[in-house]
Design a protein around this ligand. Structure first.
Ligand SMILES: [Fe+2]
Ligand SMILES: [Fe+2]
Length: 274
């Protein structure tokens, strides 16, 4: 059953999405010219300066690059200044069992879903060990269908979070790394009119679209950005960032991407991979 974080159905909720921090066991590691631990802390500091009250933080995968216990501890340390419940899902660089090991037994971080007033947030695991692309297995799809039927009975609006992109990107190299069975995801969500948003990371760029009245959103990484249109791997010159979302009681979603502005990073644009 979904954990209830807030019962009041008349209020709006402010969420922050932090994604693709790609931390390493050694927090001084430089990755394509960036120290990912430093850039995560820069983004987190920006978020807490800009957001007065955060109701929940959505951490949508690739929390680490090397899936080490040490890297997950660094993630917890960097996020500790955020005074809000966090929900985590694994990305292609994560290992869920490693994530579990750094969390307390009763923590909500890896919950399937939570309730915030008139909203239910559903977290899906699209990672396939050893693969860059994503896939929702039968358990994830069945749980999604169950959660959507249950939340429909409660007259809730729904935001779904997943790591991999379920809509195509323009950059050809990235397309093969998408969620491979997004048709199965959509065949479930299309049955319900209370699904209002689908949110992901993975593509390291800002993206927004409307599909079947559902807002589809992707968010910049807290470290390097992928060029949105280049057909081969190319790092974009945009700075690290995050997304905030305001979930309104009537099902509306206000949202915006914010990036670190007052800092020049030493990004290695000659990198041919990540
Ligand atoms: Fe990533
Ligand atoms: Fe990813």
């Amino acid at each position: 059953m979904a954990e209830v974080l807030e019962k009041n159905k008349d209020q709006s909720f402010r969420l922050v999405q932090i994604t693709d921090s790609h931390l390493f066991a050694d927090s001084s590691t430089i990755f394509d010219g960036l120290n990912t631990y430093e850039t995560l802390k820069d983004v987190v500091n920006l978020a807490i300066q800009q957001q007065d009250n955060i109701d929940c933080v959505l951490c949508t995968g690739d929390l680490t690059q090397d899936s080490s216990i040490e890297a997950y501890h660094h993630f917890i340390d960097a996020m500790s200044v955020m005074d809000a419940p966090q929900l985590w899902i694994p990305g292609n660089h994560d290992i869920r069992s490693q994530m579990q090991q750094v969390l307390e037994q009763n923590s909500i971080h890896l919950s399937r879903s939570v309730v915030l007033g008139n909203w239910r947030i559903i977290m899906l695991n699209s990672s396939v060990e050893g693969q860059v692309h994503g896939m929702l297995d039968q358990k994830e799809l069945a749980d999604l269908d169950f959660e959507l039927a249950d939340s429909e009975r409660n007259n809730s609006n729904v935001l779904i979070c997943v790591h991999h992109n379920c809509l195509p990107v323009k950059a050809a190299w990235l397309q093969q790394h998408c969620l491979k069975n997004s048709d199965e995801l959509f065949s479930i969500t299309d049955k319900y009119s209370h699904v209002k948003g689908i949110l992901y990371g993975h593509i390291h760029q800002e993206f927004e679209a409307i599909r079947n009245d559902v807002k589809i959103m992707a968010t910049p990484s807290t470290c390097i950005q992928f060029h949105p249109t280049n057909d081969e791997f190319k790092i974009d010159n945009a700075n690290p960032g995050y997304r905030w979302l305001e979930l309104e009681p009537d099902g509306g979603i206000k949202t915006k991407v914010e990036r670190v502005e007052e800092k020049n990073y030493n990004i290695d644009f000659s990198s041919t991979g990540y």
